[in-house]
Design a protein around this ligand. Structure first.
Ligand SMILES: O=P(O)(O)O[C@H]1O[C@H](CO)[C@@H](O)[C@H]1O
Ligand SMILES: O=c1cc[nH]c(=O)[nH]1
Length: 231
């Protein structure tokens, strides 16, 4: 067992999907995987392993925010030798180019987090997706928007006008974890990607329910599973 994941070595597949919501992890395992088995219930942050098209795949909840995601990503990479981690999250649309339920595939993630400023002593590191995963996800989802997202430390922004300024520089949507996932995958020499479904629209005010965020964002899961296939 690692500190926060109650799995034995070998219980977790080389490919892991990472939703923020542990109940979305349960829904993904029950809906998309064959023979899914729960390997961890520590803190209610469920993890499951099953197979998809005969290949082992795990699903591990990450919790909300980069500090929580970083705990699980560090342990998956360091203690369970995970090679590929794909976030399957929800996001808020920042521009009218996006509609509710659209897919956003994050080529890179801006952030207001201090994690990288501390790690790089004030230099700005650029967290980006693995190119092969990005290419394969974009090919699997021609309808998706591919571009920059903003990984915020705050769901309730103290200064929303600064988020709006990012839109002028091409940022499409806001979520809370991708930047840390991309950074940690690079640190460990592993592959990472974030695919998000627009759950609410910051411009129009439209939103989905918590039940919909948990159990209806299946298209991003299909795209993640397709992109994660070797070769
Ligand atoms: O739906 P998940 O994957 O949790 O992602 C988004 O939803 C949460 C906020 O409601 C944050 O974790 C954000 O990144
Ligand atoms: O972080 C998030 C996730 C979904 N919607 C938002 O507005 N922010």
């Amino acid at each position: 067992m690692s500190t926060h994941i109650g799995a034995a070595p070998g219980d977790i597949a080389p490919t892991v999907l990472m939703p923020g919501d542990p109940l979305r992890a349960k829904w993904i395992a029950e809906t998309f995987l064959d023979d899914a088995r729960c390997y961890s219930e520590v803190r209610g942050m469920y993890g499951f392993t099953g197979t998809w098209q005969g290949r082992p795949v795990s699903v591990q909840g990450s919790g909300m925010g980069q500090p929580s995601l970083a705990i699980y990503a560090n342990e998956l990479f360091r203690d369970y030798d995970v090679q590929t981690a794909i976030r399957v999250g929800s996001c808020g649309a920042l521009t009218e180019k996006l509609a509710i339920r659209d897919l956003v595939i994050a080529s890179g993630a801006c952030t207001d987090s201090s994690m990288n400023h501390i790690a790089f002593e004030g230099l700005d590191y650029a967290p980006v997706a693995d190119f092969g995963l990005l290419r394969d996800a974009a090919a699997a989802a021609p309808e998706a928007h591919v571009g920059l997202i903003f990984s915020s430390d705050s769901f309730y922004a103290a200064r929303p006008e600064l988020v709006a300024r990012m839109v002028d520089y091409g940022v499409l949507a806001v979520e809370m974890e991708a930047s840390a996932l991309y950074t940690l995958a690079a640190k460990h020499g592993r592959r990472a990607l974030a695919i998000c479904t627009v759950s609410d629209h910051i411009v129009t005010g439209e939103e989905t329910t918590s039940q919909e965020r948990e159990q209806t964002f299946g298209r991003m899961v299909e795209v993640a599973l397709t992109a994660s296939q070797p070769g």
